[in-house]
Ligand binder design. Structure first.
Ligand SMILES: *Cc1c(COP(=O)(O)O)cnc(C)c1O
Length: 456
């Protein structure tokens, strides 16, 4: 067998500090069809940025509805903090390719190297920064699996803000180390639903043993932000300004793919609310809009147990259980959706962001649903071939990539596949433990169940 040289097999691609992007990409300004407007939950009126100020900091509110500026400057201080862990590596997955015996070239963007272990920090930093700039002293949020809560707790600490995190009760109980990690960063963590808010009390009165959901935790965090002076709510996914911040991933990847001398035929990401998907896909999608790379495919991988894109309904829906958030035009399973207790906690949200929902409707992207066992099979193979134990969420992107790579093996096509590795799974070893001991099962919703959840 002939050995290839090191030059020919360069595996990791990095950017120098000066090459790290200075602006985020605002896809809203270039979408052929803009998302439909957000609506006031009480009056049904179209919401303006000022209407979001009671909940979010002002700059994030403006970014949320900015449909004119294609590029938005990354503040100097935020970019400096990015440089502490960015650029993240773009890696050619030779080990995985070889194991699959595929002619496809597989690349992944490794966001697991951030100090908190996931891509979430890319948005936590600017959100905390803008709050600080605006004189906010306290931030509040919800967290499911705990990745967002961890990222926000750290970013809040860096900028001298107090953080209060509502963690979905079942995760709070099942993932004590996640809770501890947020506490290490100085956050106050409360299991949701709790008796500390009206929303929490109402939910517990109706359902005393409620296990909590992102919907209940969001209601509580929003209520706290609204009723506490100098306190703002922050969100780690779904919203357009979060995807905006995450475009740092795709903007870097675009330059790194250039270093690798290739361009992706398919961009693949797991899908919770859409922020990492948008983060890696939107910067490439601008070349699809312009006609330069018309054929690129964008694939969102979601859990079969929470299939908002593949089986949900496009409609105006609330972002939370109690109906405090603006009404958003999105693919949804209904805001009272109670997901099965699957392990990809970060993918259990009931809805998709308004940008991705519009892009889905317009056929610019596609979605694939993956069962839990297939995702862990994929995660195991990835760990054994690339040496990184992936987060259960990321395993969905890996599973989708493997499916595409196997199709290439059938057809002989030499496609270039790029997926986003959103996080490592070091805090999720109990899920791997269940998988290894044979205690994980697949869970697919019936049509009747989906219909029932939508009509709750
Ligand atoms: C939160 C999270 C996700 C899903 O969120 P998106 O907004 O859809 O990107 C995926 N992977 C990890 C590791 C996460 O923490």
């Amino acid at each position: 067998m002939q050995e290839t040289t090191n030059e020919m097999r360069q595996k990791r691609f990095f950017l120098t500090e000066s090459e790290i992007p200075e602006r985020w990409y605002n896809i809203q300004a270039e979408m052929p069809n803009k998302p439909m407007p957000l609506k006031n939950p009480q009056t049904g009126e179209v919401m303006k940025a000022e209407d979001l100020f009671p909940i979010f900091c002002e700059e994030c509110s403006r970014q949320e509805l900015n449909r004119t500026d294609i590029w938005i400057d990354i503040p100097e201080k935020v970019r400096e903090m990015y440089t502490f862990y960015r650029s993240t590596p773009l890696v050619r997955a030779y080990g995985l390719e070889q194991a699959l015996d595929t002619p496809a070239h597989i690349y992944f963007k490794n966001e697991s190297v951030s100090p908190v272990g996931s891509h979430k920090l890319n948005s936590a930093i600017p959100q905390a920064y803008y709050c600080k700039q605006e004189g906010v002293t306290n931030v509040t949020t919800e967290t499911g699996a705990g990745q967002w809560g961890t990222a926000l707790s750290y970013a809040a600490k860096v900028f001298g803000l107090e953080a209060a995190v509502y963690q979905v009760k079942i995760s709070y109980e099942q993932k004590p180390y996640r809770r501890n990690m947020m506490q290490v960063f100085g956050a106050q963590v409360t299991p949701s639903p709790s008796m500390s808010t009206r929303a929490g009390k109402d939910i517990l009165t109706a359902t005393p043993n409620h296990q909590g959901s992102l919907g209940t935790a969001i209601s509580e965090a929003v209520e706290l932000a609204r009723t506490t002076p100098n306190c703002k709510y922050t969100l780690g996914s779904v919203l357009s300004h979060v995807s905006l911040h995450q475009t740092i991933i795709g903007l870097e990847a675009e330059k790194q793919m250039e270093l690798a001398g290739e361009y992706p035929d398919e961009v693949i990401a797991c899908f919770g609310g859409g922020s990492n998907f948008g983060g890696i896909a939107f910067p490439f999608m601008r070349h699809t809009f312009s006609g330069l790379h018309k054929e690129t495919r964008y694939i969102a991988a979601e859990p079969a147990s929470c299939p908002k894109l593949t089986r949900g309904r496009f409609m105006y829906d609330y972002g939370d259980e109690a109906g405090y958030t603006p009404m958003m035009p999105m693919f949804s399973l209904g805001h009272k959706f109670a997901p099965a207790n699957i392990h990809a906690g970060g993918l259990r949200y009931h809805g998709a962001g308004v940008i991705v929902s519009q892009l889905m409707k317009d056929g610019y992207m596609e979605a694939m649903d993956v069962n839990q066992l297939e995702t862990f099979d994929a995660g195991m193979l990835f760990a054994q071939t690339e040496g990184i134990v992936p987060a259960p969420e990321s395993c969905h992107a890996i599973a989708a990539t493997i499916r595409r790579a196997m199709e290439c093996r059938e057809s002989g096509e030499k496609k270039v596949l790029l997926f986003n590795l959103t996080g490592h799974g070091f805090m999720d070893m109990s899920a791997y433990n269940q998988y290894l001991s044979g205690n994980l099962t697949n869970y697919t919703l019936t049509d009747e169940e989906i219909e029932r959840q939508l009509n709750k």
